[in-house]
Design a protein around this ligand. Structure first.
Ligand SMILES: Cc1ncc(COP(=O)(O)O)c(C=O)c1O
Length: 417
């Protein structure tokens, strides 16, 4: 029987080799699991670099005055930032930690923008010192802080709410007027006046971000139309938000379709001369990562619970947004059993998926979840004393341990008994 594993959800350089082993960028996943342990985050490095290039080319071939800024919150490690920069992209950072990671990655500060709805003085100071491309003003307190700390003009954008109720989980919707991010449309004119009253704030343009995991491209077009109803500027940062496929039944717009429609809307509503920035996160890195686990217990009772050695400590997306995933047991054939795939953290909500077909689940099997490149590492935590997993880049049969596994010494290292 064919194992229910949909390779179209996996990174581009994934295949089943001639002996039936799942192989990522020339590396057998089973070998990676032995070498680096489980759970581990595995990244198709060439796939990610190519995706960055694809985004940047899609934008500049249609609109030369544009730059794709990877939303680094979706996978905030220097190695990932550096890889995406190799593909020609800059970064959006939202915090001093991400900014320091970007600095360590060697990303050109002229290609970095700083976000945040509660920026600290320290991150504003660092952004000014590094001369980032823009600081995105989210609120009027930012105006006070940035101007207090500036000694020469600081280029800024103003984040506005485009007034759009995003078609996504409520926790990922940010484009409506009640959002904690940005300035609601009816206050934008006042905010612009306030910024302009500060001689050291150089207001260059507007920013809008509708939300995340958005599969209907029309919503991005609506955001552009909403920006066009405000005062006109030279720079428009249109945020991120493009959704991806997590399970076989999902459909998602391609990068080409997304950029084509977005640039079309910019040209119709804002003109062809403006600078355009895009901030994809999930759609950049999500499809290029998988997580490998080992099955620890198989409990056949009222339901069949297949429990793995990870869970909501390394993938919070299910608990946070109810994100469906499509795990598969790899490297074996056999009878199909309908199971609930669960994690090892002490929450009933620590369940990856229910009523899911797995191939003959047994203790010791390897289980892989595709489309876990975005926001899994980001949200990883120490629930039940879990150690945060390593990040392994795979390319042409070689591996690079981009982030090693956390140790128990590190876990307890901050404790001062
Ligand atoms: C300002 C901003 N830009 C970009 C992103 C990236 O969004 P996504 O990962 O959905 O592309 C986010 C995330 O929510 C964001 O808040």
């Amino acid at each position: 029987m064919t194992p229910p594993l949909d390779l179209s959800l996996y990174p581009p350089h994934t295949h089943i080799d001639h002996e039936g082993f799942l192989t990522l960028a020339g590396c057998r996943v089973a070998d990676l699991a032995s070498q680096f342990g489980t759970p581990s985050y595995l990244v198709d490095a060439a796939g990610l670099r190519a995706r960055a290039q694809e985004f940047q080319d899609a934008l500049t071939s249609r609109h030369p005055h544009g730059r794709v800024l990877f939303a680094s919150k979706s996978f905030p490690t220097p190695s990932v930032m550096a890889l995406v920069a190799e593909g020609g992209c800059g970064l959006d950072v939202a915090g001093l930690g991400e900014l320091l990671a970007a600095e360590r990655a060697g990303v050109d500060p002229g290609n970095i923008v700083l976000h945040g709805n509660a920026k600290s003085d320290a991150e504003i100071a660092k952004a000014i010192e590094m001369r980032l491309r823009y600081i995105v003003v989210d609120n009027l307190d930012d105006v006070v802080r940035i101007s207090r700390m500036a000694s020469e003009p600081v280029p800024v954008l103003l984040r506005v709410s485009p007034g759009i109720q995003a078609e996504t989980d409520a926790k990922m919707a940010t484009g409506h007027d009640a959002s904690k991010f940005g300035i609601p449309s009816h206050q934008v004119d006042d905010a612009i006046r306030r910024i302009r009253s500060e001689p050291l704030l150089d207001l260059r343009g507007l920013h809008a971000h509708v939300g995340s995991q958005i599969l209907n491209v029309e919503q991005f077009e609506q955001a552009v139309a909403a920006l066009a109803r405000l005062e006109r500027f030279d720079v428009y940062d249109l945020g991120g938000g493009l959704g991806i496929r997590y399970v076989s039944s999902d459909t998602a717009p391609s990068v080409e379709e997304y950029v084509d429609r977005l640039v079309g809307a910019v040209h119709r509503h804002l003109g062809t001369d403006v600078e355009v920035l895009l901030e994809p996160g999930r759609s950049m890195v999500g499809p290029n990562g998988v997580t490998v686990y080992r099955v620890v217990t198989v409990k056949r009772g009222v339901r069949t619970h297949v429990a793995v050695d990870g869970g909501m400590a390394d993938n919070l997306e299910v608990a946070l947004y109810g994100q469906p995933f499509e795990p598969s047991i790899i490297d074996k054939a056999g009878r199909i059993e309908v199971c609930d795939v669960v994690g090892r953290q002490c929450e009933s909500g620590d369940t990856f998926v229910t009523d899911h077909a797995l191939v003959d689940p047994q203790v010791g099997d390897l289980l892989v979840i595709p489309a876990t490149g975005a926001y899994t590492f980001t949200l990883s935590n120490n629930y039940n004393g879990a150690l945060r997993p390593p990040v392994v880049f795979c390319e042409d049969g070689r591996t690079h341990l981009a982030v090693r596994r956390e140790t128990y010494e590190e876990l307890l290292g901050r404790d001062q008994l």
